[in-house]
Design a protein around this ligand. Sequence first.
Ligand SMILES: Cc1cc2nc3c(=O)[nH]c(=O)nc-3n(C[C@H](O)[C@H](O)[C@H](O)COP(=O)(O)O)c2cc1C
Length: 138
Amino acid sequence: MKIVYWSGSGNTEKMADLIAKGVNEGGKNAEIINVSDANSNIFDNEEIIVLGCPAMGSEVLEECEFEPFIDSISDKVSGKKVALFGSYDWGDGQWMRDWKDRMEGLGCQLINDGLIIQEASSEDCEECIDLGKMLSSI
Ligand SMILES: Cc1cc2nc3c(=O)[nH]c(=O)nc-3n(C[C@H](O)[C@H](O)[C@H](O)COP(=O)(O)O)c2cc1C
């Protein structure tokens, strides 16, 4: 299972690591891919898409790498199952609500609620691992 993420200060990367840990503990194989190493074909043979990006700009996805990547896969994701995650700080999660709506608008089936974690506090680790385990059970 491929987990593609962007992270500026490491919080979303930490979430990706923990989700992958959960996937692996659940018996499937997780591959963590920095979006800078991803291309638009990366999910072609995948049934499940796992994407992570923090709230950036003013409640938007990171605009230099992650936003263009989402744009590049937009015409290929219809009918796929998608899990979203990301870190935030001072907002209320608006970027994730918008991102979920967008992916649903592209025809994806969301398989989680969009896991958001303020910065990356250690007590939230379990939520990430649990998401990974849930993903491995699909
Ligand atoms: C340029 C910039 C813009 C940000 N914009 C938002 C925002 O709109 N809403 C929010 O809740 N947090 C915002 N943040 C906070 C980040 O989402 C937060 O620090 C997050 O943990 C960063 O994740 P990362 O370590 O994976 O890069 C912003 C941070 C930066 C550096």
